[in-house]
Design a protein around this ligand. Structure first.
Ligand code: ATR
Length: 271
């Protein structure tokens, strides 16, 4: 459920697993226009009435759905955003957020030896995706996370809320903030299809640093292309999308699906 949802690869991923596990179901796109705030409440009520197992939420519904839930997982509560809703047999609604888990897992898929405490982490952006990732990184043992956002107050608000190991950085200092950094993450929309490239100089970034982008359209953003050219390991946003889908599928159907080469091939063929 989102607005827009046409570009979503989630139906392909979940329907692949539904077929693989011989389940009787379908994962469908549900465009819900946010212009009328009542729409999200009506959509959730309609899904309950129709016997849905649950749904995913994407922009811009991840936070506005919260008042309609009966239970909210502590992780989603801290993140202030829900990306998965499960409809219980008794009609109750429970909200979860697997975005942070998906992000960390996507790094581990690329390098199983990757560690959150390998060195300082720079996170660009302070929106919903940033909150989920920063929270997960702190949970997994990150020692220093530099949150850098165009609107400084939002970076400061995240740092104040989550406390140590976070530090808020002025947007003007983003280039210099890359010194000693072991992981750079772009959570802004800069570099996404139809958006300008992220304005950042990688000169200060160590050669061993991993560069990651939550964007997956395009698969290689200008940031990732620049990082690849200078020899840094890169991770695109597709891994995060696929990895957050695994616990969601499990929450609805009770089986944890795997990320097979077949699935990756099918998803990659859509780009
Ligand atoms: P999401 O939930 O996907 O994280 P969001 O909450 O809309 O989306 O956050 C978008 C992020 O991209 C914000 O950190 C935003 O910065 P501001 O807080 O200053 O708005 C960032 N962003 C958007 N346009 C940007 C630009 N031109 N340059 C730098 N950052 C930008």
């Amino acid at each position: 459920m989102g607005w827009p949802v046409e570009q979503s690869r989630s139906p392909l991923i979940h329907n692949h697993w539904i077929t693989e596990h011989q389940l009787n179901g379908a994962y469908v796109r549900l465009p819900v226009n946010p212009e009328n705030p009542q729409n999200i409440a009506d959509a959730i009520a309609g899904m309950r009435a129709m016997g849905f197992a649950g749904c995913n939420l994407t922009m811009p519904h991840k936070s506005v759905v919260i008042p309609y839930l009966d239970h909210i997982d502590p992780v989603a509560k801290v993140m202030g955003a829900v990306n998965t809703v499960v409809f219980g047999d008794d009609g109750s609604l429970s909200g979860y957020n697997y975005d942070g888990f998906g992000f960390v897992q996507s790094l581990l898929d690329v390098d199983p030896n990757w560690r959150t405490d390998a060195g300082p982490i720079v996170v660009l952006g302070a929106g919903g995706a940033s909150r989920a990732i920063v929270y997960a990184l702190a949970q997994y043992g990150a020692k220093e996370i530099r949150v850098c956002n165009r609107t400084f107050d939002k970076a400061q608000a995240i740092a104040d809320e989550f406390g140590s190991p976070l530090k808020a950085i002025e947007w003007g200092n983003r280039h210099a903030a890359l010194v000693d950094c072991a992981l750079l993450i772009n959570t802004t929309n800069q570099g996404m299809y139809a958006q300008p490239a992220l304005d950042i100089l990688l000169d200060a970034l160590p050669a061993h640093a991993v560069v990651s982008d939550v964007i997956y359209v395009p698969l290689e953003t200008p940031l990732l292309a620049a990082a690849r050219v200078r020899g840094n390991q890169t991770v695109n946003g597709l891994g995060m999308l696929i990895n957050q889908a695994r616990p969601a599928f499990n929450a609805w159907f009770g089986v944890t699906p795997s990320i097979s080469t077949e699935l990756l091939k099918a998803v990659n063929a859509t780009f």
